[in-house]
Design a protein around this ligand. Structure first.
Ligand code: N2P
Length: 360
């Protein structure tokens, strides 16, 4: 009897010590490969509880409130920049993230402007803001010579009014829409000047009647299904729509435009909240994501470039060679970083954005 008990006990002890381990991850929607989390659990025994958002402002509110319960979050670096001084994140322990060695130095140097010394974050993925559009519907309405390479498609009231009936959507994000509106007006896209922002709001209001909705993730399926014909969106998300449309095989063709006037180039980074319940598991998760084959899978699945050069070996050629995913140098020269907004500018923009959205 006693022997059996001991054997049973031994069996329990033989289970990996981390059997009950968990990591709470809060990431953007449509931003990971289908099997990434399962692979992580298989290899480490750490279970992943995974929630998603489609807004930096939503993530920020939760971070500033504290006690979010999350171990890993993925803000855009321009938001992280103002969250670090608020004490939201712990410095990373790079001894626990050996794969960080493989990060591209130039891209990390770019992010260091938002995260001094790269102490609090590593790059997850990056991309651009641009326009996703339905080739047939758009050509039908503004002709094959229409300005499909330009912000004119959504910011010129004459063009936008032509496209209104097949459905235009805008990102529901002031920090994504104001800079590109400023750029279109020929103003400094990073401007925090109230008069400049007022002019950008007026531009947005001038096309507001032609915008069907403001949303930051709904446009993926709507573009893919032909429910809308034009979306101001994020590069990879538009490419996901393109891919889904192709797979559906109903002849819907989606294009992604990086407008000739220029646009935002942003970086989303992984960081650990100071009060993360499982900081060690958070580090293990981040280290896993940065493994070349793992992050390559994510790029292959969501069409966002990553910052691990060694991953290119595993990235599908079609993706590695796609200029809308990895923009060529002459296009990169036209991109600007996502601006960091102070609290005052943020309040001004929130007021203006509410006016734009509600149309009053
Ligand atoms: C992922 C969208 C993330 C891009 N679907 C915004 N930083």
């Amino acid at each position: 009897m006693r022997k059996i008990t001991l054997t049973a006990l031994a069996t329990v002890l033989a289970l990996p010590a981390f059997a009950d381990e968990v990591v709470y991850v809060y990431n953007w929607s449509d931003y990971i490969a289908a099997d990434t989390l399962a692979r992580f659990t298989d290899e480490t025994g750490i279970r992943v509880v995974y929630d998603v958002y489609d807004s930096n402002d939503v993530l920020e509110a939760r971070m500033l409130a504290g006690s979010s319960g999350y171990d890993v979050v993925v803000p855009t670096s321009s938001y992280l920049a103002r969250q670090i001084p608020a004490g939201v994140y712990m410095p990373l322990d790079f001894d626990q993230i050996p794969n960080a060695e493989g990060l591209d130095e130039d891209l990390m140097a770019a992010v260091a402007k938002h995260d001094p010394g790269n102490e609090h974050s590593v790059i997850y993925a990056w991309g651009t803001n641009g326009i996703g559009w339905n080739v047939e519907m758009v050509h039908e309405r503004i002709g094959e010579d229409g300005p499909t390479d330009s912000w004119d498609m959504v910011f010129d009231p004459e063009i936008a009014s032509e496209l209104a009936d097949c459905g235009i959507s805008f990102l529901d994000s002031q920090s994504d829409m104001f800079p590109v509106a400023l750029q279109y007006l020929g103003l400094d896209p990073m401007s925090t000047d109230t008069d400049d922002l007022e002019r950008a709001a007026e531009l947005l209001e001038s096309v507001r009647p032609y915008v069907r909705y403001f949303h930051s993730s709904q446009y993926i399926s709507d573009l893919a299904n032909g429910e809308i014909c034009v979306a101001v969106g994020w590069s990879g998300d538009v490419l996901i729509a393109m891919d889904r449309a192709e797979e559906a095989g109903r002849g819907i063709e989606i294009e992604y435009t990086i407008p000739v006037e220029g646009t935002i180039e942003w970086f989303d980074v992984m960081a650990i909240p100071v009060d993360a319940p499982n900081p060690e598991n958070a580090h293990a998760f981040i280290n896993f994501i940065l493994r070349p084959d793992v992050i390559a899978d994510i790029t292959n699945y969501v069409f966002y470039p990553n910052a691990v050069p060694a991953s290119l070996e595993y990235v599908d050629d079609e993706i590695a060679e796609d200029p809308s995913i990895y923009p060529p140098e002459e296009v990169m020269a036209n991109l600007f970083p996502s601006p960091v907004y102070d609290a005052r500018t943020d309040r001004v923009m929130t007021r203006l954005w509410t006016r734009v959205r509600t149309g009053q």
